[in-house]
Design a binder for this molecule. Structure first.
Ligand SMILES: NC(=O)c1ccc[n+]([C@@H]2O[C@H](COP(=O)([O-])OP(=O)(O)OC[C@H]3O[C@@H](n4cnc5c(N)ncnc54)[C@H](O)[C@@H]3O)[C@@H](O)[C@H]2O)c1
Length: 382
């Protein structure tokens, strides 16, 4: 039987639009019987971005600088949207109200109010599937960690540390771009940019912070404007959120530390999660992407075990089991999970994409963190 095709329109053809499309171009990589995604339409205000897509995707039938052309086409089933944060609310709500499925990018609205309006559109269009992108949990070693967490091998939770560290902003000569402008990137700064990645697994485990103390830092005060001058750089560079959370199963409280840093010396793109409990602990970090590290506590003895995990991803692939797995593979696996969602067999995938409700929790946390940053107090999260 011929596999169903899902025709995607892509809005925003920059860094992530290309990553999405390249994953689709090598869809034969996955050994899966879900529908096949096809890049059928592209949209970007900057027409210079079109060429790479024109050169590489023969099924494109719509090229436009007006995203409404994609929404008005009956030939488009779903949209991947990767545009600057100030555009999320308007474009995402238009996509959803047009009845198109949406894989959107974080932070899913520039602020809490924008996110609320996106969620309202979802409520009014229950037939539309909407998810937010977050790819790192799809590393095979991290999928092992998730299985371990689901089996509750940690006993009583002591502490969860999760974070995303970047270092490219350590270069103070790097010119400013929209991701460093408050009006376009948002007041959350590094939290809006990196935060949802750190929260995907904790939220799925039901670990929702109930309060937060935020240590926010602006380190790069100015940046080159790209034309020989300097301009203020107003976004938060680094954030350390110290939270209390409750384990739903036991009702016991534990500490949650969430770090989102753009100025973390030595960390090109390091996403990590560490879970410490009375009976067991686990660590995964993209610094060491093959390694699933776990520890079992036996009386007073605790010893770490490291397992080298190959490419055995949640959705099987043609790659030999011992070979290495990378960012692009994780991104493709994430889209695979979205395709499972669209094909109605969501439960088949062990770890679905970030849900709209989870994006709302992230906005509640970041909004409280901004308040904590301003007042210097610990802030309760509703
Ligand atoms: N999942 C991830 O790992 C990851 C990584 C980086 C960025 N992102 C997210 O992806 C989104 C886009 O980031 P990026 O790095 O691809 O940015 P980018 O600047 O590389 O690309 C954004 C594109 O949107 C286009 N655009 C702007 N206004 C538009 C409009 N009205 N209609 C159509 N196109 C328009 C721009 O011309 C540009 O080509 C953001 O939400 C960002 O937070 C996610």
């Amino acid at each position: 039987m011929q596999r169903k095709k899902i025709h995607f329109g892509i809005i925003g053809l920059g860094l992530m639009g290309k990553e999405f499309s390249s994953s689709i171009a090598r869809w034969c990589h996955l050994l899966d019987n879900s529908p096949i995604p096809v890049v059928s339409a592209i949209c970007d205000k900057n027409k210079e971005t079109w060429k790479w897509y024109e050169d590489n995707f023969k099924d494109i039938t719509i090229k436009t600088d007006d995203y409404k052309d994609l929404l008005n086409s009956k030939d488009i089933d779903a949209i991947y949207c990767a545009v600057p944060h100030n555009l999320h609310e308007k474009i995402y709500t238009d996509i959803i109200n047009a009845g198109k499925h949406l894989l959107g990018e974080k932070p899913f609205g520039i602020d809490k109010n924008a996110n609320k309006n996106i969620l309202e559109a979802i409520k009014n269009n229950p037939e539309v599937s909407v998810r937010c992108s977050s790819e790192f949990p799809y590393f095979p070693a991290c999928q092992q960690l998730i299985k371990w967490l689901n089996a509750r091998k940690y006993g009583r939770l002591i502490e969860v540390r999760t974070g995303f560290h970047h270092s490219s902003d350590m270069d103070l000569n790097k010119p400013i771009n929209w991701k460093r402008m408050v009006e376009i990137n948002g007041e959350y700064g590094c939290m809006g940019d990196l935060g949802i990645h750190t929260l995907h697994i904790p939220f799925r485990m039901g670990w929702k912070p109930k309060n937060v103390y935020a240590d926010l830092q602006k380190i790069a005060e100015t940046r080159p404007d790209g034309s020989g001058g300097m301009v203020p750089c107003k976004t938060w560079d680094n954030a350390v959120l110290t939270c209390r959370s409750t384990d739903r199963e036991t009702g016991k409280e534990f500490s949650m530390i969430i770090e989102t840093k753009r100025m973390a010396p030595g960390s090109t793109n390091n996403w990590f999660i560490e879970v410490y409990g009375t009976e067991g602990s686990v660590i995964f970090s993209t610094h060491n992407p093959k390694a699933f590290n776990f520890l079992t506590t036996s009386g007073k003895e605790q010893g770490w075990t490291r397992i080298d995990v190959g490419s055995q991803s949640a959705i099987p692939t043609i790659t030999g089991g011992i070979f290495e797995f990378g960012f692009s593979d994780a991104f493709q696996q994430m889209i695979g999970a979205f395709m499972h969602e669209l094909s109605g067999n969501e439960n088949k995938h062990p770890f679905g994409n970030v849900t709209p409700e989870e994006t709302m929790w992230s906005h509640e946390l970041f909004t409280a963190a901004l308040q904590s940053g301003k007042t210097g107090n610990r802030v309760e999260i509703n």
